[in-house]
Design a binder for this molecule. Structure first.
Ligand code: LLP
Length: 410
């Protein structure tokens, strides 16, 4: 059996068993738990690899207020794409912001300027036209997002650098945008931006990225393009078998930025927060259908409304049974959610350890694209959030209630 067929588990080093037991007891389930030390560890690792890079956390990965306040204190910038993200980042005191995204309404543009955003990534010539309607502060500069038309070798939903994706400009559109910006002054051109996808593992993707960027910097580096934004997308693999090769990436980036004298910006999302979070869910029922379809169904109180990634991307989140991390995995089964929809699964067709009613499952790598993508589907209450900091545990977001469900109804 390959590792990917197992009920995989990754070291629970930042989430000790007694702490998780206390959290499950005190705050019930489902609950998201974040470990600040794990996040700091990830950030330190990235800074070690890219000491000069300007890091802008992609807020969409996890915009939890308490977490991003901690990030602000660690002097990390943010990439924001909506008014809500902009307001959250400002509220948390994040020191530097890049506004990106394929849609920038006049309201968002005004709010960005009013809140001191001075770097913008443009996704289309149409977006540039919207920015021409406002006065540009002297220190405002633009990245031009390029679609590198490559195969990012990732899930189709995450393949933003594919030619058919909805993102970015062609190289010639980006050059046209650069010319238009230069008419307003060289300082307004920051450079080019490629975020080729999420969960990128194959390093040769970056060869294609630099092939695409080269002619643009050959033409515009001497005219003001002095920065390069390579986005985020570094893989955090479900079964822990793949690790992003940061050394390999650095070896590809360094000669390029040196040749053109560029400042490097990165927008990591998942890499910073995914393994800094787990989701605790309790086993409510066990349905033994091994004689029917060969499966044991483990039915939990968390599912697609709480963590949609398995349903949406067939994502594999490592899991373990709290208190029995090392139990042998001998039973073929599924981990199902509580809702009436067949996509409502957390895991399918894996070897599971013995699981009994009342067990707590620890769903790992849930710190990125977890609660932020949760919904109230089937009038589910979104889970609570808890932060572990310096060994202390703090509730940072309450579990929703019926009152929250109806709060906006008139
Ligand atoms: N920069 C840009 C322009 C992006 O669009 C994204 C993510 C990032 C940076 C950060 O990417 P990361 O380092 O987190 O891969 N909901 C999906 C992921 C969607 C990512 C969208 N853009 C998931 O759960 O896998």
């Amino acid at each position: 059996m390959s590792t990917s067929e197992k009920f995989p588990q990754i070291s629970p080093q930042f989430f000790s068993q007694p702490l998780l037991e206390t959290i499950a007891n005190d705050f019930a389930t489902p609950t998201y738990v974040y470990a600040l030390d794990a996040l700091k560890n990830n950030l330190a690792g990235l800074r070690r690899h890219f000491p000069k890079a300007d890091l802008h956390y992609a807020l969409k990965a996890n915009p939890s207020g308490a977490l991003i306040k901690e990030m602000a204190a660690l002097n990390i910038g943010a990439e924001v794409i909506t008014l809500g993200e902009l307001q959250r980042a400002v509220h948390a005191g994040i020191p530097r912001l890049i506004l990106g995204g394929p849609a920038q309404s006049p309201q968002l543009i005004q709010a960005a300027l009013a809140n001191g955003v001075r770097q913008v990534s443009l996704d289309s010539l149409s977006q540039l036209a919207s920015w021409q309607d406002v006065a540009w502060p002297e220190d405002l500069s633009f990245f031009l997002r390029v679609n590198p038309a490559l195969d990012p070798q990732t899930h189709a939903h995450l393949a933003t650098g594919a030619v058919t994706s909805k993102f970015g400009m062609t190289s010639s559109e980006a050059a046209e945008a650069a010319e238009q910006i230069l008419k307003q002054g060289a300082t307004h051109l920051a450079g080019f931006h490629i975020h080729a996808g999420s969960q990128i593992h194959a390093l040769d993707v970056y060869d294609d990225i630099f092939k695409c960027l080269r002619p643009l910097y050959e033409r515009f580096a001497s005219q003001g393009a002095k920065a390069l934004n390579l986005g985020g997308g570094f893989i955090v693999s479900g079964d822990g078998s793949k690790h992003f090769d940061f050394d390999g990436l650095r070896q590809k980036i360094e000669p390029f930025v040196e040749e053109f004298g560029l400042a490097l910006t990165l927008e990591p999302g998942r890499y910073l927060t995914a393994n800094a979070g787990v989701l605790l869910t309790q086993v409510l029922h066990i349905k033994d259908h091994r004689s029917v379809d060969g499966r044991l169904h483990v039915i939990c109180d968390a599912g697609m409304a709480d963590l949609i990634r398995p349903a949406l991307y067939s994502a594999e989140h490592p899991m373990y049974v709290l208190g029995r991390q090392d139990a042998e995995q001998t039973i073929l089964g599924d981990v199902d959610g509580p809702l009436c929809e067949n996509a409502d699964r957390l895991m399918q067709q894996k070897q599971l350890p013995e699981i009994v009613q009342g067990d707590i499952l620890v769903v790992e790598q849930a710190g990125a694209y977890g609660l932020t993508m949760a919904s109230n589907y089937a009038s589910s209450f979104r889970p609570a959030e808890v932060l572990i900091k310096d060994g202390d545990v703090r509730l940072i977001r309450k579990r929703e209630t019926f009152e929250d469900l109806v709060a906006l109804e008139l």
